[in-house]
Design a protein around this ligand. Structure first.
Ligand SMILES: [Zn+2]
Ligand SMILES: [Zn+2]
Ligand SMILES: [Zn+2]
Ligand SMILES: [Zn+2]
Length: 253
C-alpha cells in the first residue's frame, strides 16, 4: 500500500526532497536562508514536528504563540472534519499536563490525582514547548487521531504581519497508493469494503475509473461510500475530506 516514499520530506522553503533522517539538519540551514520575514525585530521561533504513522509536518511558530495557534494550523492543514475536541499533552517537571480548550476557566489541579492537570490552550507555548520537549496531540476523543510532537530547534527571526501565526516548513511526500483492480495510482478508498491482507484489514483502494465501476457494481451507485485519499493521518476517518491544498495559507518564503 503506502511505499517508503512516505518517509521522504519536501522542504517547503527550497522545494528540495530530503530524507526524514536528514530533515532537521536541512532545515537548520535552510530556515536562515528563508526567514519568515526579512524585516522587523527578531524574536525566538520554535520549530516543531508532528508525526503519525509515516506522515509528518514540520511547523514553526513564534515562542510567544498560544497552543490555540498550533491547534488551528493542525486542524486547517491536516485534521479538521467536524469540529471535534482536541488536546495537547506534555510532561512538565515529570508531571503530565493536558492543554485543552475546555480548561478556559483556568488551571485545574486534576481530579484527586487521577486525571492529569489541565491548563487552557490560551497558554503561551514559550515556557512549555522548549527545544527537546516531546509531547502528544489528539484530535477527536471518539475516532482519535494521535500525533507525536517534538520541538526540534529554535531560531531568531522577525515574523511578518498579516500572515498566519504558524508556517509550514516541511511535509512528507504524499504516500503512493495503488488501485486494487489495476495498480494505477489510487485516489479513493471505499468506506464500506475491506481487503484482508494476512493479519490485518484495510479499505479497498481505487483509481477514478475503478472507483466508479466499484460503486456501480457493489453499492448501487451510492458515491457516498467513496473517500478521497489525501495526505493526512485523518484520511478515511469520520467525514475528513481535506486535500494537500489546505496547506497553502501556511506556506510562504
Ligand atoms: Zn530547504
Ligand atoms: Zn468528524
Ligand atoms: Zn484502477
Ligand atoms: Zn465498496
Amino acid at each position: 500500500m503506502a511505499k517508503s516514499s512516505a518517509l521522504k520530506a519536501r522542504c517547503k522553503l527550497c522545494g528540495q526532497d530530503v530524507s526524514y533522517g536528514q530533515l532537521t539538519r536541512h532545515l537548520q540551514k535552510c530556515v536562515p536562508d528563508h526567514p519568515p520575514a526579512s524585516k522587523g525585530k527578531p524574536e525566538p521561533i520554535r520549530v516543531v514536528r508532528l508525526s503519525a504513522s509515516g506522515m509528518f509536518l514540520v511547523l514553526e511558530l513564534p515562542a510567544k504563540s498560544k497552543f490555540f495557534d498550533l491547534d488551528d494550523a493542525l486542524r486547517a492543514i491536516w485534521l479538521e472534519c467536524c469540529g471535534h475536541m482536541s488536546m495537547f499533552t506534555v510532561r512538565e517537571n515529570g508531571e503530565k499536563v493536558m492543554y485543552t480548550a475546555d480548561a478556559e476557566g483556568g488551571d485545574s489541579e486534576g481530579f484527586y490525582g487521577w486525571l492529569p492537570r489541565e491548563k487552557p490552550m490560551s497558554s503561551r507555548i514559550a515556557d512549555v514547548l522548549q527545544v527537546g520537549v516531546k509531547g502528544e496531540y489528539e484530535y477527536d476523543m471518539g475516532s482519535t487521531t494521535h500525533l507525536k510532537l517534538q520541538v526540534l530547534f529554535e531560531h531568531m527571526a522577525p515574523w511578518p504581519r498579516g500572515k498566519p501565526k504558524v508556517r509550514l516548513l516541511a511535509r512528507n511526500l504524499k504516500p503512493e497508493y495503488a488501485c486494487d483492480t489495476c495498480g494505477q495510482p489510487a485516489v479513493h478508498a471505499c468506506a464500506e469494503c475491506v481487503m484482508e491482507e494476512g493479519d490485518f484489514q484495510r479499505l479497498k483502494l481505487f483509481c477514478q475509473e475503478h472507483a466508479e465501476q466499484h460503486i456501480a457494481d457493489e453499492h448501487e451507485d451510492d458515491d457516498c461510500v467513496l473517500m478521497p485519499l489525501g495526505n493526512s493521518p485523518r484520511d478515511g476517518v469520520c467525514g475528513y475530506e481535506g486535500t494537500e491544498e489546505d496547506e497553502l495559507p501556511y506556506v510562504w518564503t
